[in-house]
Design a binder for this molecule. Sequence first.
Ligand SMILES: Nc1ncnc2c1ncn2[C@@H]1O[C@H](COP(=O)(O)OP(=O)(O)OP(=O)(O)O)[C@@H](O)[C@H]1O
Ligand SMILES: [Mg+2]
Length: 282
Amino acid sequence: MSEPRRQHGPGGSTDGGEVTEAERDGPPGRSHDHAQEVLRLADVKKSYNVGLPTEVEVLHGLDLRLQRSDFTALVGTSGSGKSTLLNLIGLLDTPTHGEIHLLGEATRAMDDGRRTAVRGRSIGFVFQFHHLIQAFTALENVLMPLIVAGGKPSQKQRDLARGLLRDVGLEGYSERKPDQLSGGQQQRVAVARALVTHPALLLADEPTGNLDSRTAADVFALFRKFNREFGCAVLLVTHDPRLSSQCDRTVTLTDGRIAGDTAHPDEGHDGRPPRAAASPAP
Ligand SMILES: Nc1ncnc2c1ncn2[C@@H]1O[C@H](COP(=O)(O)OP(=O)(O)OP(=O)(O)O)[C@@H](O)[C@H]1O
Ligand SMILES: [Mg+2]
């Protein structure tokens, strides 16, 4: 447990189970390299119902790289494969072909324990359908990734989780169970849960789909803060052009292929300096 954090980031340790104090008590140090590659896809294909008459290939050989400073929108029509892709990157499913590297580590050959460890430490996932645990309070749901990774959360971690609930506008709701929350409030709990580990990569599948525009803007600003301050790469699925235009880059999926990959770092929609000019946090 006294092993120091390795330089390659909060989720980058290569062992399967040990959790350092620093990993338990995040946020991670700010010394990470914003240019560090967090994700690389190499010719990734995905078919469903393999071997059956209904077999269908829905992703047809994707190549993509993200670094920690990336704040990227993933757009495309319904059925184009966005959620399928996020599930692969989030290690919830495996490609039929190709390789996915997370923080430099090839994922295809990982065993279940290693996949769970990498997912828990390095990836925050806001699902299209939020998947909260109904028996647990909002606060307990937010703490869940830390509990899974390291057991009983420390007071510091509980404070961090409460702070995140406050950040998403849910101060005072921490003891409520999901069925006592609106759909948009549940979605915001899921956002806080995804950020509580200070992940190297945030995968967010329509995270503002149930939110009014002002609350959506607050959630978006929170993602920005994590991107800038903690080097959390963001891959954000959205159908809302107002949100995608505020990202630094837009990747477009069309029928399971990357049809566009456009950088737009200089637009400054959020009134802050563009990504390239933003100085790393001290
Ligand atoms: N388990 C499955 N079995 C078979 N086909 C599936 C399965 N899951 C998804 N698909 C198909 O894969 C394609 C991509 O689905 P996916 O959910 O990734 O789309 P999406 O881009 O996220 O769409 P939306 O914007 O509606 O959420 C669709 O044609 C869908 O019908
Ligand atoms: Mg989807």
